[in-house]
Design a protein around this ligand. Structure first.
Ligand code: C5P
Length: 238
């Protein structure tokens, strides 16, 4: 019997997003008329490689989620939300713990990335099915410096530098093991790949789209608005 490969997406939305300075948690801030979280959930659900989409919310977000739920008819594959934790890694762990036994791969995505294309989600999931671990990333344009106390300590070759995006996709067992090791080592990764790398497992890099921005501050919100508007005009012209 061919083992079934069910892929779940965890959409991490439990951060407060204080750098945005909004009156509500970042995931619920509107861009192009809908919450960031809704854009992200829709993009993942539109990927043919994703079977199930699970939002991971902050503990006080149930009322906001309830309001959003009125607009949710349009999203297929949606599961009930999970409540996340203090750090991104805790939120990911809560989602991971809630996965059904038949889930073989998990795609972890930032709710703060509303612009990811379903085609890029397809490509990174396919890579993870082949290699066990894969992330979207884009080559950097600037030269990157490692800086400590205001002094450069290293200039890694630019051709080897990429900016990590999400989704980041893993065999479920690999991510569980990475999380266990991170807990043992007291390490908190700023993304999932970091703790998987610490296991000595190779993570495949799939070149993504620079338009898959992470909304962090008010300028990013304006940029996301423009990119989404451009996309709508593009599809209207087709
Ligand atoms: O803080 P940062 O920009 O890295 O957050 C990336 C994503 O992780 C956001 O979508 C945020 O909602 C999520 N997050 C989370 N739980 C936390 C912190 C961040 O789900 N405790």
């Amino acid at each position: 019997m061919v083992p079934s490969m069910s892929v779940a997406a965890l959409v991490l939305a439990a951060g407060r997003g204080e750098r945005l300075g909004a009156d509500r948690p970042k995931a619920f801030v509107q861009v192009a008329g809908r919450a960031l979280l809704l854009h992200a959930l829709e993009a993942l659900a539109a990927s043919q490689e994703i079977d199930q989409v699970i939002p991971v919310l902050g503990q006080n977000d149930r009322p906001a989620w309830g309001e959003l739920a009125l607009q949710l008819d349009s999203i297929s594959k949606l599961s009930d939300p999970i409540i996340g934790g203090a750090e991104r890694q805790d939120s990911m762990a809560a989602g991971l713990a809630a996965l059904a036994a038949d889930v073989s791969h998990v795609a972890v995505h930032d709710a703060a990335r509303p612009l990811v294309s379903p085609a890029d989600v397809d490509r990174v999931v396919q890579a993870a099915k082949r290699a066990g671990a894969a992330i979207l990333a884009v080559p950097v344009r600037d030269t990157i410096k490692r800086v400590r106390a205001g002094r450069i300590v290293e200039t890694p070759p630019r051709s080897e530098c990429f900016a990590a995006q999400t989704p980041q996709v893993f065999e479920v067992g690999i991510l569980r093991e990475a999380l266990a090791k991170a807990a043992l080592d007291g390490r908190i990764g700023t993304d999932e790949a970091e703790i998987v790398e610490a296991l000595g497992i190779e993570v495949c890099v799939v070149e993504g789209d620079p338009g898959n921005i992470k909304v962090t501050d008010a300028d990013d919100l304006l940029l996301a608005e423009r990119l989404l508007a451009g996309r709508r005009e593009g599809s209207a012209a087709e």
